[in-house]
Each structure stands twice: as structure tokens, then as C-alpha cells.
Design a protein around this ligand. Structure first.
Ligand code: SF4
Ligand code: SF4
Length: 356
């Protein structure tokens, strides 16, 4: 993606022709497809299967580059199994920007202070505590585990902060609070649905862009205009609220069949238990997707039969919970709690002996 930024910025700085020359086919690019499309929209030409061979200099100035034209053979999984050079090509250029990635460099860390480095010359870091081989020295982000994205860097920061706090308190770093889930009942009745739950199979909306003519007028024009309030609201409605789930309590069920009747997709069945293959075949709607496990409840108090739910069909409409007279079906929202340093600090504080 940075390569596409460089190309598009070059155009804004006055370049007349900008080309991306890639060694491998497009399927091997690291750039996101929409970044490539946006660059191509601005007439950035992308040439694939050209391996750089030499800078060509004429009269002391760069004249262009010579490339080997490559051909690749891919296996069934899309991996390159053979490559051959099928020709050479010279491409003229005034400037060349190399896209060769980045690597960590730690020349400023003395090698005799107890921090070990691996064969890639990056510090050896514990994947749970983020501590290096020298106690009290922590690493995170790309410096610790190589290229990832900023979301991982933030998470590493949180985890390292927990370790640093525990280290400062003289507590073991590996004994940390574990993540937890909090379930809250949530009524999702017909007249008060928290979301429009219709699955909309429409394509992701295209982000409106400033016109090609306008965007080059100034260097700092933001190309992506963002969604309008209406478009943003429509996109947000596509959320399927996967955090809100049906939860069943077998002991509350009186087998009135109301949930079976109301379920719009026939994914509930009350029946005798049996071997899975046979059970799947005699559900109200036979469950044919073997990759999706069935929900099978404990024996129901009235008859000993079981409530079976095919999660593959459920659209989370909440109607079963709305209709159930005993709250045997309930819609519950799950909140995932991921501990941060402040939670560790609070937990450690609570464990300290209190002086009256
Ligand atoms: S939430 Fe699922 S199981 Fe309940 S009625 Fe809706 S589709 Fe059926
Ligand atoms: S509506 Fe409630 S009580 Fe009736 S069968 Fe369904 S879960 Fe059981």
C-alpha cells in the first residue's frame, strides 16, 4: 500500500508517467486490491513478471532500468513451483523508488547487556509477557515480531504495560488475568428490534472519490470523501449482531412449541435425541452443513426430548425469545473483556492486605 501511496504522490508532485514494476504476478502483491484499483484509476500502470536486472546510466544520468521478463508455473494451491526468464526489457525512467520492505535495526543496543538476538537480528521476546531475555526490558510491535499492523502494535502495548506493571510490583509476569465474557439478557422483541436483521447480500459500497480532474489541483486534497450520514447508517445496518446470541435453559422449557412455530427459518426442533447423522436428517429443516455443529440441549423436564437448533440457519431475529412464555429461550449479548494494565493494577491492589 505504501508503494501505491508513493506512486500517487509522485503524480501529484509532477510526474507524467508512473509505473509499478513487480517481479511476481498480481496475486502475490501485498497491496490491498482497492489500493491497486485507486492507483490504476489515476493511470498508474502496473507491470508484472519483471525482475530488476540493472540500472542503466547514460552520460552520468539514470536512463532507466533493465528487467528480465519472467514466466512462472503455479501449483494447484497457487504457489510458484518453477520460474524462467523469457526475455529482457528496458524501461526508461527519470527516477526510481525502490520498494524493498523494511527491517529492524538495533545497532544501538549493546550486545553484552543480556538481551539476546535471534538469527534475524531481532530481540528474543516472550510471546506472552513481551519481556526480552533481560528482565525489565520489553519489546512490542514490529520490533518484537516483525511486520504486523497497528492493531497488533496496540495490543502488544497493552500486554507489555501489564508486564511492566507486574514487574514493578515484583509480581510474576506470567500470572495474568485471563480474558472473560459477560452475558447480559437482551430483549429483542418484534416492536423493538435493536437492529434491522435482514441479511443484505449487496456488495460493499464504493467510497465516493474526488473527481480525477479536481484531485490533482493541490497536494493535500483528500481523495476519499467518506460516506454520507445516510450511507453510513445503511452500512451500519448490515451488522448481524453476532455478539447477540440465543441462549437456552432446558429446565425452563415447558415444550409448548411456541418457539418452533414462530421461528421464521425452521431452525428449531424438539425431538428425541439420537445419533448425529440420523438426528440431522429428521430436523424440521434437515441440517446438511456438516461443518456447523448442532446445538442439542439437555433433556427437557416434561418428556426427556431435546431442543435442537441449527445455528447455520438462525438469523438472530429474537422471535423465539420474544414468544417463549418461560424465558427458556433468551437473547444474550456477550461482552468480551480483555484485561488491560489498569485491571491488573486493580486486581493486585485488591489482593494486598488491608491495614485497619
Ligand atoms: S433467533 Fe434464531 S432460533 Fe430464534 S426465532 Fe430467530 S431464527 Fe429462529
Ligand atoms: S417457547 Fe419456550 S417453553 Fe415453549 S417450547 Fe419453546 S423454549 Fe420451550
Amino acid at each position: 500500500n505504501t508503494a501505491m501511496d508513493c506512486c500517487r504522490t509522485s503524480l501529484r508532485l509532477g510526474a507524467r508517467t508512473v509505473r509499478v514494476i513487480a517481479r511476481k504476478p498480481r496475486g502475490f502483491f501485498k497491496a490491498s486490491p482497492w489500493e491497486l484499483e485507486d492507483a490504476e484509476e489515476e493511470n498508474v500502470e502496473i507491470l508484472v513478471n519483471r525482475s530488476p536486472k540493472a540500472f542503466m546510466i547514460e552520460n552520468g544520468r539514470l536512463a532507466g532500468m533493465r528487467f528480465e521478463c519472467m514466466e512462472y508455473e503455479l501449483d494447484a494451491r497457487g504457489r510458484i513451483v518453477a520460474e524462467r526468464v523469457v526475455g529482457e526489457q528496458f524501461l526508461p525512467a527519470d527516477d526510481v523508488i525502490l520498494a524493498i520492505g523494511q527491517e529492524n535495526a538495533f545497532p544501538w543496543i549493546e550486545r553484552d547487556i543480556g538481551i539476546e538476538f535471534d538469527k534475524w537480528n531481532v530481540p528474543v521476546v516472550d510471546a506472552k509477557t513481551f519481556q526480552s531475555t533481560r528482565p525489565g526490558v520489553f519489546f512490542g510491535g514490529d520490533a518484537a515480531f516483525g511486520p504486523k499492523n497497528i492493531i497488533w502494535a496496540v495490543e502488544h502495548g497493552h500486554q507489555a504495560a501489564i508486564s511492566i506493571h507486574r514487574h514493578c510490583q515484583g509480581e510474576p509476569l506470567t500470572e495474568r488475568l485471563s480474558p472473560g465474557v459477560n452475558l447480559q439478557s437482551r430483549k429483542m422483541g418484534m416492536h423493538e428490534w435493536a437492529y434491522a436483521n435482514d441479511y443484505a447480500p449487496i456488495e460493499r459500497r464504493l467510497m465516493p472519490h474526488v473527481s480525477l480532474k479536481e484531485r490533482f489541483k493541490k497536494l493535500n486534497i483528500e481523495v476519499e470523501l467518506g460516506f454520507s450520514a445516510e450511507q453510513a447508517a445503511a452500512e451500519a445496518q448490515r451488522c448481524l449482531n453476532c455478539d447477540v446470541q440465543t441462549v437456552f435453559s432446558a429446565k425452563l422449557c415447558i415444550e409448548c412449541d411456541a418457539c418452533i412455530d414462530i421461528c421464521p427459518v425452521d431452525c428449531l426442533t424438539i425431538t428425541n435425541n439420537g445419533p448425529e447423522a440420523e438426528l440431522r436428517a429428521r430436523l424440521k429443516a434437515p441440517a446438511q452443513n456438516l461443518a456447523q455443529p448442532l446445538y442439542v440441549s439437555a433433556a427437557l423436564p416434561q418428556t426427556g426430548r431435546v431442543m435442537v437448533k441449527d445455528e447455520d440457519l438462525c438469523v438472530h431475529c429474537g422471535l423465539c425469545a420474544e414468544r417463549c412464555p418461560t424465558a427458556a429461550w433468551d437473547m444474550q449479548k456477550s461482552l468480551l473483556h480483555w484485561p488491560h494494565a489498569e485491571d491488573e493494577a486493580r486486581a493486585l491492589e485488591q489482593r494486598k492486605p488491608k491495614i485497619a
